[in-house]
Design a protein around this ligand. Structure first.
Ligand SMILES: [Zn+2]
Ligand SMILES: [Zn+2]
Length: 133
């Protein structure tokens, strides 16, 4: 099975992503924006069991958003977010983090296929990917 390795900035935490993500795309929803303070979220989304912390689980802290059914999982030492979760308990891993941990290249098969929640966007995107509300 294909797997991908991610780690936080300081290296205390490593995690492995196995198989194929459920979703790969750019999410323009208000919830991602609220949780992460970013204009949109370029993501790969995985089932919880596809993501295994392989080093430093004690360093992994979680932040439960007070209103949203979302959590942010981050390193206690360097503060970097490894992934967040949503109401379906998916693990949402930033495409950017995967790229950073893979010598600056996003594996081709993880490339975004669409924009979703595009109706909630604050930034217009001029590309050829399908855009779903
Ligand atoms: Zn760290
Ligand atoms: Zn979102």
């Amino acid at each position: 099975m294909t797997s991908y390795q991610i780690h936080c900035e300081c290296g205390a935490i490593r995690a492995e992503l196995s198989g194929s993500p459920r979703v790969k795309g750019h999410c323009h929803c208000e919830d991602c924006r609220e949780l992460l303070d970013i204009p949109f979220h370029s993501v790969t989304a995985w089932n919880a069991e596809q993501v295994t912390v392989t080093r430093g689980p004690d360093s992994l802290a979680e932040y439960q958003h007070p209103q949203l059914e979302m959590k942010r999982f981050y390193c206690k030492h360097c503060g970097e977010t490894l992934f967040n979760s949503n109401a379906m308990d998916w693990r949402i891993v930033s495409q950017h983090l995967i790229r950073k941990c893979n010598s600056g290249e996003l594996p081709e098969e993880l490339a975004a296929e669409s924009h979703f929640f595009y109706g909630q966007r604050i930034v217009d995107i001029d590309d050829d990917l399908p855009k779903h509300d």
